[in-house]
Design a protein around this ligand. Structure first.
Ligand code: ZN
Length: 272
């Protein structure tokens, strides 16, 4: 099952197009996920739609967790030792935007980070690792867009604000139910900037896979329906390239995860 948000309304995506989720299930699709899953086989057909009209499939997450240094080649390019436990920060929820948005570039060094995003559908606290997939009902594609100067300023650095400008958390194009995936633990990630591949890895190479992240996070926080976990980025970010490279107005960034979907973003200068 693939659930998207089309001009503000939740829809089921089928091979033919989009079907409105019934009103009585549409107020909170993550909390009603199992009911929507039960309804979905009865929905047939679908109307054509313009992908540019898709919005963020989760518009107001209560908690967004993000994980640093979760792929070994990225850990090495960033100049760090492999972490012993997940390194967690937040992207404040006002950074969320849609899968085809144009994103404003504030002053500084704005960089890309393609990431698989796990979407929580069941409240959970203290989840053992062997049950770590249980609260997750869907996956989606995410970009942990980051302004590097503010992210890395200070000692110790405080990651969260430099990663939370408006538009710095694009997700989508849809919430892809785990039923859609043949191997949820091994998905191909490809990030392209102006047609050039800049990141390419597989989620099977995560240092801390999703069940471990859910177990770790839920040992502290209660996870809630609609919460998002940005699971970390592979190697190939602009800040660690030689020469360094950052996003500029007019760039096109394509973010693709096998079986989950593709996002496409343009960038413009932020108005002062
Ligand atoms: Zn990241």
């Amino acid at each position: 099952m693939r659930i998207a948000r089309l001009t503000g309304r939740p829809v089921l995506l089928t091979d033919e197009g989009a079907i409105d989720v019934p009103d009585h299930l549409a107020d909170d699709v993550l909390a009603r996920w199992d009911d929507i899953l039960a309804w979905s086989p009865t929905a047939t057909g679908g109307r054509p739609y313009n992908p540019a009209d898709l919005r963020a499939p989760v518009e107001s997450a209560r908690q967004i967790f993000a994980v640093a240094l979760n792929y070994r080649p990225h850990t090495a390019e960033a100049g760090y030792e492999e972490p012993a436990s997940p390194l967690v920060f937040t992207k404040f929820p006002t950074c969320l935007t849609g899968p085809y948005a144009t994103i404003a570039l504030p002053p500084g060094h704005v960089d890309w980070e393609l990431e698989l995003v796990a979407v929580i559908g069941r409240a959970a606290h203290r989840v053992p690792e062997e049950k770590g997939w249980d609260p997750v009902v869907a996956l989606t594609v995410g970009q942990d867009i980051s302004e590097r100067i503010s992210q890395l300023a200070g000692s110790p650095a405080q990651f969260s604000l430099g990663k939370s400008y408006p538009g710095f958390g694009p997700i989508g194009p849809a919430l892809v139910g785990l039923d859609e995936l043949t191997d949820r633990d091994d998905l191909e990630l490809i990030c392209e900037l102006n047609g050039e591949t800049v990141q390419h890895d597989r989620t099977a190479n995560m240092i801390f896979p999703i069940p471990r992240l859910v177990s770790y996070l839920s040992a502290f926080c209660t996870l809630l329906p609609g919460d998002l976990i940005f699971t970390g980025t592979p190697a190939g970010v602009g800040n660690r390239r030689v020469p360094r490279r950052f996003l500029t107005p007019g760039d096109e960034l394509v973010s693709r995860i096998g079986g989950v979907g593709e996002m496409r973003h343009r960038f413009r200068r932020a108005t002062p």
